[in-house]
Design a binder for this molecule. Structure first.
Ligand code: MSP
Length: 485
């Protein structure tokens, strides 16, 4: 068995302009499943999340509230943490980009490295800016003259800025992505980025006038300019683990093993970020894993679209594991998916209460009634077993296929119980038949343990409850109490 390895995984850092919706919860849940599966392998994991606070839209939201900017940011980031707790997210660190001790020294160091490489220059910028994406767009990219994602009119901006020489990295990036040194998952997103590189990257405006975003990180040597929020935000992946303040720590965790992101921020992660790292002479992250959108009413779920669902409300009604289950199995792993209350309710009743819940109580009842005893393999042994399809799918970041395997087992066991009726075999006077009944019970018991272990990355609370129930040989309460249809 291989020795424990450090595994560094990040979620994006979220804009604390409002509480998080189900779309954000999705990114976190995917990252959490991967982080937990790495811990099951026995690896030392660092799972980073955080808040992207130096953004114009964040400050605008804070100013529109009745609170001071720091109070507002504290309040919203507290809500983030509350959600992460409610959703059972096993993050290790929460970075805030307003943190002058943890984040700013590294952000400033990154800027200096880019400048020393000759990749920062001053020029006039004239173009269109989407305050929701915090990104510039060209005319060609617009949808009916509006932001293609938020469908809002863009701001016409004309200012003197610093630019980052992104164009210089077109070819080096292409080589790194084609060789797999930087993996873009899934293949369709890799092809999208390669097509972008084929067209050639343009330099990007990398600073804003300080008066436009007074809370931003000042550009070293120029108090009138602050760093473009994406330059500052992407660098948080490095500053969180020590860059600019603790070299030994940074050397331990960097490069990241996986950045988990949604498809709207792919370009930042697969073009701008690796180009910055190449410019700064730093290793590239190993993988950028890209999921699709949660849609609601035919659109990307989003605060500004007015179709956002509150994950905390759904958790209160259905439980964290039901929401996690839905997100990780019912949303295709790398494509868009729909979530609404009715669909969540159907999945709850069908797959959880009737499917998993029934099977667990049936097997527990059998082993309790017939006093079945057996030894179980450790979670690590089961997880790392050659050919474990759940682990293999999760190594490809395909949560849906991973969970499909668990539910495949659930259906098989249901059928086996139905067909073999081990309780009848146990009553048989024929010793051979009796033994067969007993063996079936033992196998069912071991399979229940397998299910409990395999569920851990996806539904940690349920997994724990089954493990405890096995320990006590009884399930105190129904795992998934029935809900009215
Ligand atoms: N602050 C930037 C990320 C900086 S990372 C250096 C940002 N923040 S965000 O709050 O707008 O989004 C964070 C994550 O939530 C992204 O991965 C984004 O794709 C995801 N989602 C936001 N809405 C979503 C859906 N409706 N569906 C799925 N994911 C969505 O971008």
């Amino acid at each position: 068995m291989s020795a424990s390895k450090p595994f560094y995984i990040t979620s994006p850092i979220f804009y604390p302009s409002a509480a998080l919706h189900v779309g954000h919860a999705y990114t976190m849940t995917v990252a959490d499943a991967v982080a937990r599966s790495q811990r099951l392998l026995g690896n030392e994991v660092h799972f980073l999340s955080g808040a992207d606070e130096n953004a114009g839209k964040v400050i605008k939201a804070a100013k529109a509230s009745e609170k001071s900017v720091p109070e507002f940011l504290d309040m919203i980031t507290e809500k983030f943490r509350h959600l992460f707790k409610a959703l059972d997210i096993s993050y290790d660190q929460f970075i805030r980009t307003t943190d002058k001790d943890t984040h700013w020294p590294g952000a400033i160091l990154m800027w200096e490295r880019l400048r020393e490489a000759g990749d920062i220059y001053r020029a006039k910028y004239a173009g269109l800016y989407c305050p929701q994406c915090e990104a510039f767009y060209t005319e060609k990219e617009l949808k009916d003259g509006k932001c293609p994602l938020h469908l809002i009119p863009l701001e016409q901006i004309e200012e003197e800025n610093y630019f980052f020489r992104l164009s210089k990295y077109t070819e080096p990036l292409k080589a790194k992505i084609e060789s797999g040194e930087l993996q873009i998952i899934p293949e369709t997103r890799k092809n999208e980025i390669l097509a972008l590189l084929e067209r050639g990257l343009e330099d990007v405006s990398f600073s804003r006038p300080a008066h436009a975003v007074p809370h931003g990180i000042p550009v070293p040597g120029d108090k009138k300019q602050v760093m473009y929020v994406w330059c500052d935000a992407l660098t948080s992946y490095l500053t969180a683990v020590g860059f600019g303040r603790d070299d030994a720590l940074a050397a331990k965790w960097w490069p990241a093993d996986a950045h988990i992101i949604g498809k709207d921020i792919l370009r930042f992660h697969a073009a701008i970020w690796p180009a910055m790292l190449l410019s700064a002479g730093l290793p590239l992250p190993k993988r950028v894993v890209t999921h699709g959108f949660i849609l609601s009413g035919g659109h990307k779920m989003g605060k500004s679209m007015g179709n956002a669902l509150d994950p905390v409300e759904l958790i209160d009604e259905f439980g964290a594991d039901a929401l996690r289950y839905y997100l990780l199995r019912k949303v295709p792993s790398f494509e868009d998916g729909v979530l609404n209350k009715e669909l969540l309710q159907d999945a709850y009743n069908g797959d959880l209460a009737n499917g998993l819940g029934n099977l667990v109580s049936r097997i527990l009842k059998l082993v309790e009634t017939y006093e079945v005893e057996t030894e179980f393999e450790t979670p690590k042994t089961l997880w790392t077993k050659n050919g474990n399809p759940v682990r293999l799918a999760l190594e490809e970041f395909d949560t849906r296929v991973a969970i499909d395997h668990i539910w495949g087992k659930i259906s098989t066991l249901d059928r086996q119980i139905q067909e073999s009726k081990p309780w009848e075999l146990l009553k048989s006077l024929d010793n051979h038949e009796k033994q067969k009944g007993f063996d079936t019970m033992v196998r069912l018991y071991k399979d229940l343990w397998w299910i409990a272990v395999m569920l851990e990355p996806f539904m940690p609370e349920t997994s724990k409850k089954i493990v405890q129930a096995i320990g006590k040989n009884k399930l105190d309460k129904a795992l998934f109490p029935r809900k009215d249809q």
